[in-house]
Ligand binder design. Structure first.
Ligand SMILES: [Zn+2]
Length: 439
């Protein structure tokens, strides 16, 4: 199978190559990049004039609810949703039922997802057995089975001694701990950001110090052990200040931010009359926090954008605010939402920077064998995303591949959409044409 992707603006993971480029995919591998003689024999030719060809987007943090909660999402619907959102690689979180804390469950994810036609799925393993925070899970065996990151996501690693031990193991294994930063003694019963939202709605407030103080703890453990720590879904200005300081002093700490914290604030909750579609952990913050995230994204403090895609069934989400589950589903519109907000804010950083947050940025958080996942180059696997920066579409959740049917972006017009997704040279999503099915 020879595929020609012609006339694209090519982003290689770090920068745009000059002019436009042709890319040849042969048997799943990028065989050539440059000006290609069109008289050669190709099975498929796509003219990508006016579009951007990128390394396949990587989502470091999504909830695919498999095993055990497949009514919310499963590996197949998740893989298809990921592909439709322009992601070639998804890291799925281990707060499933049972929690992903054994090598057998890691293999279950890898084997089942192999049969799905969509994004590649890489499992994250638990830090502690059953995510209970008491004893270390079998990190070594899980890493050998294919777990790419370790996290108790949904909760922090609340026992600091266990966190320290996990960091030491993770360095030996060449993996990272992804910390869900939350000091739970500060968030018990909290529903919304502590500020105008908690005041006006009379709901218990969630202070930003709950996040920043856990990030401080993680930074201090990183300094102590020399181990990298990745902080996920960072939402508050206070947290950014701690991270900026940690990075400036040379700590190997990294972080990601979500599309919803980049695009929405607590004011939306008030404007929508406390609609539970905006209920998320950590909560939507103030506009000042959101501005701080964009500044951190521009100056390099933020390493990746990760969706924290958290699908729920209607029955679990379409409820009064206090009773609804925490979580926002976004996999299929995350890239467009972020690019629309970036444009709305007057493009505060170069497009290269934005694209690196979906490609080389997250690839750099994964174990070393994934470092090429965020690049385009001859000889590399053809995991590619085509982006149409001018395409405008309205989000219709009822058309989603995901099982989620509630999202803050439903009905919103967004600009800048992924239009084709290739995984190992196979087209797994196309906005325009038919998709090859797995044989
Ligand atoms: Zn989390």
């Amino acid at each position: 199978m020879r595929i020609l992707l012609g006339n694209a603006m090519l982003f290689d993971g770090a920068r745009f190559l000059p002019g436009t480029m042709d890319t040849v995919i042969e048997n799943g591998i990028i065989a050539a990049i440059g000006k290609i003689d069109r008289s050669g024999k190709f099975d498929v030719v796509h003219d990508l004039t006016g579009k951007v060809l990128c390394p396949g987007f990587i989502d470091l943090h999504c909830h695919l609810r498999d095993p055990g909660q497949e009514w919310r999402e499963d590996l197949d619907s998740g893989a298809k949703a990921g592909a439709a959102g322009g992601f070639t690689t998804l890291v799925c979180m281990p707060n499933t039922d049972p929690p992903l804390d054994t090598p057998a469950l890691v293999r279950y994810i890898l084997e089942k997802s192999e049969k799905c036609c969509g994004s590649r799925i890489l499992p994250a393993g638990c830090v502690s057995k059953e995510r209970k925070g008491k004893t270390l899970a079998e990190m070594g065996k899980m890493a050998r089975a294919g777990a790419v990151i370790f996290t108790d996501d949904g909760s922090p690693v609340s026992d600091t001694g266990l966190f320290r031990l996990a960091l030491q193991y993770s360095t030996w294994l060449g993996t990272r701990i992804m910390e869900h930063p939350e000091e739970i003694s500060l968030t018990a019963g909290a529903q919304v950001n502590e500020g105008i939202c908690s005041t006006f709605l009379g709901l218990k407030g969630w202070p930003s110090s709950a996040e920043a103080s856990d990030i401080s703890r993680g930074c201090s453990l990183s300094r102590d052990t020399g181990a990298p720590v990745h902080f996920t879904h960072v939402s508050a200005e206070d947290s950014i200040l701690v991270l900026r300081e940690g990075k400036a002093s040379g700590l190997p700490v990294t972080c990601d931010v979500t599309p919803h914290h980049l695009c929405l604030t607590e004011e939306e909750i008030l404007a929508a009359g406390a609609d539970s579609v905006y209920k998320v952990n950590p909560p939507l913050r103030s506009s000042r926090d959101r501005d701080a995230l964009w500044e951190a994204l521009s100056d390099g403090t933020v390493d990746a954008i990760a969706t924290d895609h958290a699908p729920y069934h209607m029955d679990e989400k379409d409820l009064p605010f206090q009773e609804a589950s925490f979580g926002i589903a976004s996999l299929e519109c995350a890239v467009a939402a972020v690019l629309s907000e970036w444009a709305r804010r007057g493009k505060p950083c170069p497009l290269e920077r934005m694209l690196s947050l979906f490609t080389s940025g997250p690839a750099g958080i994964l174990p070393i064998e994934w470092k090429d996942a965020g690049k385009i180059g001859g000889g590399l696997s053809a995991n590619l995303t085509v982006l149409d920066l001018d395409l405008e579409r309205v989000v219709h959740v009822e058309e989603w591949k995901s099982k989620a049917r509630l999202s803050p972006w439903n009905g919103r017009r967004l600009r800048g959409w992924p239009t084709m997704t290739f995984v190992n040279g196979r087209m797994v999503h196309s906005y325009e044409g038919p998709i090859e099915e797995v044989d």
